[in-house]
Design a binder for this molecule. Sequence first.
Ligand SMILES: [Fe+2]
Ligand SMILES: [Fe+2]
Length: 196
Amino acid sequence: MDGYNILKMQKKLKKYMDEMRFWHTLGVMYTAASLAMRYGEDIEKAQVAGLLHDCAKCIPNEKKLKLCRQNHIPVSETEQNAPFLLHARLGAYIAAKKYDITDPEILSAIEFHTTGRPQMTLLEKIIFTADYIEPMRNKAAGLDAIRRMAFEDIDCAVYTILKDTLTFLEKEKTCLDNQTVIAYNYYKKLMEKTEV
Ligand SMILES: [Fe+2]
Ligand SMILES: [Fe+2]
């Protein structure tokens, strides 16, 4: 695609989101752009991925499952029981189908924004981190430190976010996607290696 019409995408997206989700989305878009400036990622790609990362979030859960079934999008047992987890993979599908995104880097940054994964690309790390630290976020512990860390060492920020997310989900006894554990184990090892 030759340049993205970000304003047009924003207007369309707004129709499918509640106000808070839309504000969160803009926060992720601007934070992702800032991290892209810091780490030398393509700023426009970071904005588009940030803007669209939650494009499937406001679809009712039953409809999420139906859309996945209809479009042959795999659904794990955990996701079947907790369909909100599907918004990332379904979001990548909707970004491609409804917003004409063809760039595989943008689509995978949307797909892995919730769970992360081992060996994330820079754009994936940027969206994963921006989703956690954008200015509207205020509940997670240690946010100030993670916000600073995000601009100093993004791998360390990704590791800390994964660690804190697992601690939070275990405490809340909320549905945990095994992908998060796999990503955490990878970044834990990476951090141990860099300490040596
Ligand atoms: Fe999300
Ligand atoms: Fe989000």
